[in-house]
Write a protein that binds this ligand. Sequence first.
Ligand code: SIN
Ligand code: CO
Length: 397
Amino acid sequence: MRNKPPLGQTSLKHFMSHHWQRRPLLVRQALPDFKSPLSLQRLLEIAHNEEDPAESRLIRRQRGRWSLAHGPFAEDEIPLEAKRHWTLLLQGMDLHDDAIRSLLDRFRFIADARLDDLMISYAVDGGGVGPHLDSYDVFLLQAQGRRHWRWGKQADNTLRDAVPLKLLREFTPSDEAILEPGDMLYLPPGWAHDGVAMGECMTFSIGFRAPSRHELLHAWLADCADSPIRGTDPRFRDPGVKATTSPARIPDAMQRELSGWIENWRPDAQSISRFIGRFLTEPKPNVWFETTDHPISRTAFAQDVARKGLRADRRSRLAYRGKDFFINGECIEPESGWRPVLHRLADQRCLAPREFAERMDDPALLDLLHDWFEAGWIRFDAKPAASDVGPRRKPLR
Ligand code: SIN
Ligand code: CO
């Protein structure tokens, strides 16, 4: 299998039925001989970069007091000279580096719609974020150095007061382990945990999101509010209404009619399904796509595609369901003949030329792919080159 799940001796079936969302799993040498594709130097560059800022945090513990600062950081704000008790956390590193994005392919036994991001933490001796809970599933992969993890399920999850982080007041771990490079700990949501660096170390957290009902409905209602109302848009009318002697009272007829509009509002199944696909593929607000340095004609695009193939940009989110295809928060209903090609692109995140040769002469499909290419959503070459970063940037749309 091309992307073998990094679960050691545990079978995927066993993991999914016994551990996923249920109980932790420690995997020794999940990724044997693993080396971080990013050096500390590169992490610092990302943490300092104001042009393409990563979500970054610096957490310190000095004389028992916790402090939290948000990046981007000036060079002197990261306490490289301090040898103990600080950690730098960089969120969304899969959006910044192709090698990190490729690492996520090892975890695609879980649907992309559940994937959140890969966070990297760099810590010096004693550094960590303190005992806490996450509401997401997380795979904690030790990338460099050693970290002492303790974890457990506890009834009392009260948070400490007056600290800038969500730290647990009580922490009573039931298990512990020292993780070495290549080892990995899976934790389901709601398990208390604390990882303390033993000397300098780097940990990769592969996090999975699960929207809450409130989040989904909030986004759905905002989406509805932004969409033009389809069909007629009746306005309340009250011809023949009697004069009132209590002008502040909301009239019965008005109350009835407005309630009815809300109670009888039934979005159709297609609107709901399309919204869900757009919602789940919407890139995070800080995501920018890089356009190519040299825009090319449709004809040149067709020739290059036939030679090199295509791949999804590391930042692109793709999904499909039924007849609909979703890319970066947009929905299209592809012609039925395109579906196998687009589904393959989404499932593999790449297409070798032979995989869509039968559709190469379809001008409408080429137009669509050309548009995505120009937006920076897809790129040439079924495999990423070592560096494909171009200087021109433009907003998502
Ligand atoms: C860390 O890497 O320091 C924290 C990751 C986590 O606890 O989720
Ligand atoms: Co955590």
